[in-house]
Design a protein around this ligand. Structure first.
Ligand code: DQA
Length: 140
């Protein structure tokens, strides 16, 4: 299975960014664990991070014929990017939305995901494991 892993804005700062909320692993360390899991699940990966909405959308479009699944942490875009939602529904890539923190137990504005409805599943609150569980979900 060919899978995109997309990290949204500010996730490049993981490791130093609010570690009490997001943990102390860097994005590089998280990506290494994702690669290990993908090998176990016999998945081929393209991993991508951007702080820009349009760049994320371009990446999804460019890979729409390659990808059979996607794990995306849209970060803050989760809560208001209709454009990323539309990219997921337009390309019909089977997508799992993931979050390191539990968005249900934080500020009210984080409880809303405009992405969730167009996704196969949403996994939130398991740190690095959210991504690993997301990969497993794609196999269903
Ligand atoms: C996040 C949760 C979002 O609310 C926040 O804006 C992020 C990270 C998470 O992984 O917990 O940047 O998606």
């Amino acid at each position: 299975m060919r899978v995109l892993v997309v990290h949204g804005p500010n996730l490049n700062l993981l490791g130093t960014r609010e570690p009490e909320i997001y943990g102390s692993l860097t994005l590089e360390e998280i990506n290494q664990e994702i690669k290990n899991k993908a090998q176990e699940l016999q998945m081929e990966l393209k991993i991508f991070q951007s702080n820009h909405e349009g760049t994320i959308i371009d990446f999804i479009h460019e890979n729409k014929d390659w990808a059979q699944g996607m794990v995306i942490n849209p970060a803050a875009y989760t809560h208001y990017s209709i454009a990323i939602r539309d990219a997921i529904s337009a390309t019909q890539i089977k997508t799992v939305e993931v979050h390191l923190s539990n968005i249900e137990s934080r500020e009210d504005f984080r409880k809303i995901s405009v992405i969730k409805d167009v996704c196969h599943a949403q996994i939130s609150g398991h740190g690095l494991n959210s991504y690993l569980l997301g990969l497993e979900k794609l196999k269903e």
